[in-house]
Ligand binder design. Structure first.
Ligand code: NOJ
Ligand code: CA
Length: 558
């Protein structure tokens, strides 16, 4: 579906609504705040905007716990505000994507409430209730810590792969599926551009719900092998597509962790379940294992393995469809923290990381603040943090014998809250996030107070202007067709700490990114004609030999 789809040359942007812009001064970002800033998004040149969930929710997991799929959380505004946002965005050539969270809902959803009250109700069948006395039905672990089962006091347990306030929906039940399809059509009828689809590879559970070999404290086993990309999931996904997305002009972007390369075709091929998908195979090279406190830092993990996973994802995907490429989202720290040692962080490094991802084959998704080159803010204590996953990893660190002082900096590096602090618009207090000087719902001292929209707009060399330029290049008549459709091929593989590829089509383009802290020579497999865009000045050429500065990257034509 992706090869020649209407959205193939678009650029997407992800908003975390709670932290984008607070229009009414209550310290919480909202829909009207987004509407207020649509001109900013238009000035960037983005065409699609994905909103993390804004549905009614008790916000146990930042809104990924939905208690009413057809209503807006009052903290974000009203349905009228949403309709206005959709319309105002459209006027600017921007289409909105909502987050579709249908692997689970909230325990405060009326369905679940009724299921608790009436074990024989239709709604009870929407969930995974199992009678199993005093012990959970199996030893699966929840992704947010502890067992994936919670007792309700009458001998029944329910499954929750995420928090216990996020009961999993039972997709085996056709009545539940019909409800979900109706809800999706309700939104698409409003003229939505489509959906980013949460945790969708988890909707099928292994038949029989078997226990696995104990591998964690408490005898638990990670749930992925039993609940991710399980055989038979395709039947649900095909039906989902036919009953909903196929009937509209929309784009669907699946959060599809765990899809093996040989199944990519089913997901994003010509007749795939989705338009496109995020591939997480190269998102966590530090492979944190049991907890963030044991995760390796940049420079400590296997660079070549990481790089090869990017290359593999690219070469496999371009054979069959088009992936959604990203560097950051609301579930990760800022990308520079993942990939570059802290001592080396700079705006030029941010630009290098930008080039590295932006010119890959696929549709690019920019996460709010990435275009400003934001680094992790400075959290001083666990009390300043909100994220459920962060609290879980902090607890695991303690269980492993770390003191709070030891645990905090380790947890802070990978905390999801790093990307969830308010977006900085200007130099005033709290970055001008709130309409008044109110304290925002989440706050930590920014790494660099000068990294904000106002300041960077006035500096020609800013990361912000660099991102605008990348978007303009992708849209230009000269290079656009090649950036969008050009063939991806990795080059210079024998060099360590180097990510380099060509994109060839109408034109011949090459991207070379050094992740080394030293200057270096590389021998190019072509004779360069021109440098189109550079992360910083100072490279030199002699024939096919290129001298790069530390962390320098170039987009070249040859
Ligand atoms: C993935 C979302 O991106 C994340 O924020 C959330 O916690 C889980 N899915 C559960 O919905
Ligand atoms: Ca507000």
């Amino acid at each position: 579906m992706g090869k020649d789809a209407w959205w193939k040359n678009k650029v997407a942007y992800q908003i975390y609504p709670r932290s984008f812009r607070d229009s009414n001064g209550d310290g919480i970002g909202d829909l009207n705040g987004i509407t207020e800033k649509l001109d900013y998004l238009q000035s960037l040149g983005v065409d699609l905007v994905w909103l993390s969930p804004v549905y009614r929710s008790p916000m146990d997991d930042g809104g990924y716990d939905i208690s009413d799929y057809e209503d807006i959380n009052p903290m974000f505004g009203s349905m009228k505000d949403m309709d206005r946002l959709i319309a105002e965005a459209k006027k600017r050539g921007i289409r909105l994507l909502m987050d579709l969270v249908v692997n689970h809902c909230s325990d405060e959803h009326p369905w679940f409430q009724k299921a608790l009250r009436e074990p024989n109700s239709e709604e009870a069948g929407y969930f995974w209730f199992v009678r199993s006395g005093d012990a959970p039905p199996n030893n699966w672990a929840s992704m947010f810590g502890g067992s994936a089962w919670e007792p309700v006091g009458d001998g029944r347990w329910y499954m929750h792969l995420f928090s216990k306030k996020q009961p999993d929906l039972n997709w085996e039940n056709p009545k539940l599926r019909r409800k979900i399809y109706e809800m999706i059509r309700f939104w698409l009828d409003k003229g939505l551009g489509g959906f980013r689809i949460d945790a969708i590879t988890h909707i099928k559970k292994m038949p029989g719900l078997p226990s696995g070999p104990a591998e964690r404290p408490g005898g638990l086993v990670g749930c992925h092998a039993y609940t991710r990309c399980i055989d038979g999931i395709g039947e649900f996904l095909t039906e989902l597509r036919k009953e909903t997305f196929d009937r509209y002009e929309c784009i669907t972007v699946a959060e599809a962790a765990g899809v093996p390369p040989h199944q990519l075709k089913d997901y994003v091929g010509e007749d795939g379940y989705f338009s496109t998908m995020f591939d997480f195979s190269y998102a966590e090279p530090y492979n944190y294992g049991r907890g963030w406190h044991t995760a390796k830092g940049p420079g400590e993990w296997d660079f070549r393995a990481w790089r090869d996973s990017i290359y593999l994802s690219q070469t496999e995907t371009q054979k069959i469809g088009r992936g959604a490429v990203f560097l950051e989202n609301h579930d990760y720290p800022r990308a520079c923290q993942k990939f570059v040692p802290a001592k080396d962080h700079s705006p030029a490094v941010q630009k290098m990381l930008g080039q590295l991802f932006f010119y890959l084959y696929g549709i690019p998704f920019i996460y709010q603040g990435q275009e400003l080159g934001l680094d992790n803010p400075h959290f001083q204590s666990i009390d300043q943090m909100d994220d459920i996953s962060t609290k879980n990893h902090y607890r695991i660190a303690m269980e492993d014998g770390l003191s709070p002082e030891e645990a905090l900096p380790l947890i802070c590096r990978y905390s999801r809250d790093n990307a969830r602090t308010p977006f900085p618009w200007d130099n005033t207090e709290y970055g001008g996030f709130c309409a008044s000087g109110t304290k925002p719902w989440l706050w930590a001292e920014p790494a660099d107070p000068k990294a904000n929209v106002l300041q960077e707009s006035s500096e020609p060399d800013s990361v912000l202007n660099f991102y605008k330029e990348m978007i303009a290049i992708r849209k230009s008549e000269t290079y656009g067709p090649t950036v969008v459709d050009g063939f991806f091929k990795p080059i210079l593989k024998r060099y360590d700490k180097l990510i380099a590829y060509t994109r060839t089509g109408d034109r011949n383009l090459a991207v070379v990114c050094s992740l080394s802290d030293r200057s270096r020579f590389v021998r190019l497999p072509f004779l360069p004609k021109k440098v189109i865009q550079r992360s910083c000045a100072g490279e030199s050429f002699r024939g096919q030999t290129l001298k790069l500065l530390p962390y320098q990257s170039l987009l070249m034509e040859f």
